[in-house]
Write a protein that binds this ligand. Structure first.
Ligand SMILES: C[S@@+](CC[C@H](N)C(=O)[O-])C[C@H]1O[C@@H](n2cnc3c(N)ncnc32)[C@H](O)[C@@H]1O
Length: 240
């Protein structure tokens, strides 16, 4: 069961699902490539949060084991079609799951990738806490994200657009300060990189490294360190 705000976001992306690739396929292509390249420097067990229709999945080297989750089942049905159609055997599982409540034990992934997702999540800091929790020490969080302007005309426009864009499923107002404050308050995390991405440099690629195990504010460890349900696709069936 999701919180009402998460249900609203899920519904927005349920509606985007049929046309998502057409509208957002090309525009974020270079950012997705950059994120995959960086994620593969660590490689191994990769969790892709908000995997959507799975546009990035074919880009990962087959030596990795990629697990994709999303809050929208219709987006994931598209991803499942891609996995089957393109024989993406390195995709270990797809699941409907809320980024703010990951059903994985602590420290079970080498990399957590979140592409154009954090600004869509109702409580981004809670999601970032979860990314950090499920990551092993030395692992990396790789994020592509919109970064809003702090001041000036762009900041005003972004604030004005918020009622519209939140209905569409994301925030336009999202200052860098939110990431900086989160990293400053979370034990055991280090900003490793921040660089601008196209289009228009309004987006960034951000990497955080997990430097310490089990920071105090994380939930206690659950399970045996392996992602549960790995190698299965646990996805609700499409109504026919
Ligand atoms: C802009 S799309 C990005 C999709 C994909 N990563 C890409 O690069 O095209 C944002 C995705 O995040 C998902 N999402 C939003 N909130 C979420 C949450 N709380 N938990 C998991 N996924 C979420 C949406 O359903 C959607 O598929």
């Amino acid at each position: 069961m999701h919180e009402p705000e998460a249900d609203r976001v899920a519904l927005a992306y349920d509606r985007w699902a049929p046309v998502y690739d057409l509208v957002f396929g090309r525009v974020f292509r270079r950012g997705r490539r950059a994120a995959i390249e960086v994620a593969e420097r660590t490689g191994g067990r990769i969790l892709e949060v908000g995997v959507g229709t799975g546009l990035s999945l074919a880009g990962y080297d087959r030596r990795n084991l990629v697990f994709g989750l999303d809050i929208s089942a219709p987006m994931l049905w598209k991803a499942r079609g891609r996995v089957a159609g393109q024989g993406l055997s390195h995709v270990g599982g797809l699941a409907v799951m809320d980024a703010e409540r990951l059903a994985f034990p602590d420290g079970c992934f080498d990399v957590v990738v979140a592409q154009y997702v954090v600004t869509a999540v109702p409580n981004p800091e809670r999601a970032l806490d979860e990314f950090l929790r499920v990551l092993r020490t030395g692992g990396e969080i790789v994020i592509t994200t919109r970064v809003g302007a702090e001041t000036g005309l762009r900041a005003v426009i972004e604030r004005c657009l918020m009622p519209l864009t939140s209905r569409l499923g994301w925030r336009t107002e999202f200052p860098w300060r939110r990431y900086a404050d989160w990293a400053a308050g979370a034990a055991g995390v280090r900003l490793a990189e921040r660089r601008p991405l196209p289009p228009l440099g309004h987006f960034s690629l951000v990497r955080f490294e997990k430097t310490l195990a089990s920071p105090a504010r994380m939930r206690p460890a659950a399970g045996n360190g392996s992602p549960p349900g790995y190698a299965t696709l646990f996805l609700p069936e499409k109504d026919s």
